[in-house]
Design a protein around this ligand. Structure first.
Ligand SMILES: Nc1nc2c(ncn2[C@@H]2O[C@H](COP(=O)(O)OP(=O)(O)O)[C@@H](O)[C@H]2O)c(=O)[nH]1
Ligand SMILES: [Mg+2]
Length: 334
């Protein structure tokens, strides 16, 4: 199906796009993602058509500070999973980049090894400009990439703000990327390990201080998980994801293996069902917030009421909370 040759109206037909992307058509996926990012009604229609086909992929989060080597690591992990015949999708989210072009270009270079491979689909999210917020847009994009039939979806995020924490919860298995010399922020690091890590990649293991850092991380894990007899104990894997020579790269197979081991654990222990339920709960919240707001604003359109409310708030006759209560009472009869 050549979407580019289609008249625009037909190309944006949710049913045609859904059919295309369920067969793995990349241009259909790109159009679909644009529709969803624009927050259009067609995007919503499309998501409804796709939803019966999602939930079968392994969703892997890779999180850590900017510059810790997440993109480099993912680039190599893709290679391992591809050699096993698995289809891989990647969503890269980096909202700190001052303008999306910069980070995207960097990521494109790092990921370009796979640009000719039909079994790899990579999408970078822009820093801002999503009507329903970054977390909502990312959730939808992950679902679209699942619906394309990818065996794995890897989500790269910074472990920083609330939006990113929301995004991490999309993942079933979370790889926390740390580097030697992060010691100054050890408390934050420990909190991250306890809260989100299913495995830890100590990247840049070629740098000074890697041995000490590795021992300290292992001690943290031992103290935090083993002594509490946790059912799953994160492995700490030293990795080198970039170096002067390709033979410098190491630890990648171990990371891929640990990801699959965690996925097996989730399925055997049936923990996967809890994770999936939590994800749907979060998704429901994000979609709900967004759609209710859209519906209410649509209802107010042309009535001049929105402007009246704003004026009333500015003049101190009411406040945003009372306005929302009143609007909800009118529209939802709550
Ligand atoms: N020395 C060393 N440098 C690395 C390693 N992994 C990545 N880098 C470099 O660190 C920089 C940031 O990498 P990037 O993958 O973009 O990090 P991200 O921001 O976490 O995605 C790049 O210049 C990489 O070449 C590593 O294992 N060792
Ligand atoms: Mg990156």
């Amino acid at each position: 199906m050549n979407l580019l040759a289609m008249p625009r109206k037909l190309a944006d037909n949710p049913k045609a796009l859904a059919d295309g992307l369920l067969l793995g058509d990349r241009r259909a996926a790109a159009r679909a993602i644009t529709l969803v990012e624009d927050g259009s009604q067609k995007g919503t229609e499309l998501m409804k058509l796709l939803y019966p086909h999602v939930g079968r992929s392994m969703v892997i989060g890779v999180t850590g500070a900017g510059g810790s080597g997440k993109s480099s690591l993912i680039n190599h992990i893709i290679r391992v999973f591809r050699s096993q015949g698995r289809r891989v999708g990647v969503v890269a989210v980096d909202p700190t980049s001052p303008f999306s072009g910069g980070a995207l270009l960097g990521d494109r270079l790092r990921f370009q090894t796979h640009s000719m491979d039909e079994g790899v689909y990579i999408r970078s999210m822009a820093s801002r400009g999503y009507l329903g917020g970054l977390a909502r847009a990312t959730t939808d994009v992950v679902r679209i990439i699942e619906a394309m039939g990818n065996d794995l979806v890897i989500v790269e995020t910074l472990g920083a703000g609330q939006d990113e924490i929301d995004i991490i919860h999309v993942a079933q298995t979370c790889v926390l990327v740390l580097t030697p010399g992060m010691g100054d922020d050890i408390q934050a690091m420990k909190a991250g390990i306890m809260e989100i890590a299913d495995l830890i990649a100590l990247n840049k293991a070629d740098l000074d201080g890697a041995e000490t850092c590795l021992r300290s991380l292992e001690a943290t894990v031992r103290y935090g998980f083993e002594e509490k007899e946790a059912a799953w104990i994160p492995r700490v894997i030293p990795t080198v994801a970039a170096g002067a020579r390709t033979d410098d790269v190491r630890g990648i197979e171990e990371v891929a293996e640990a990801i699959l081991a965690h996925q097996s654990y989730l399925r055997e222990s049936r923990t996967i069902h809890e994770i999936q339920a939590k994800r749907v709960e979060q998704e429901l919240g994000l979609v709900f917030r967004d759609e209710v707001q859209k519906a209410v604003f649509k209802g107010l359109k042309g009535t001049g009421k929105k402007r009246q409310y704003i004026r009333a708030i500015l003049e101190g006759r009411t406040d945003p909370y009372s306005v929302v209560e009143e609007v909800l009472r009118t529209f939802l009869r709550v």
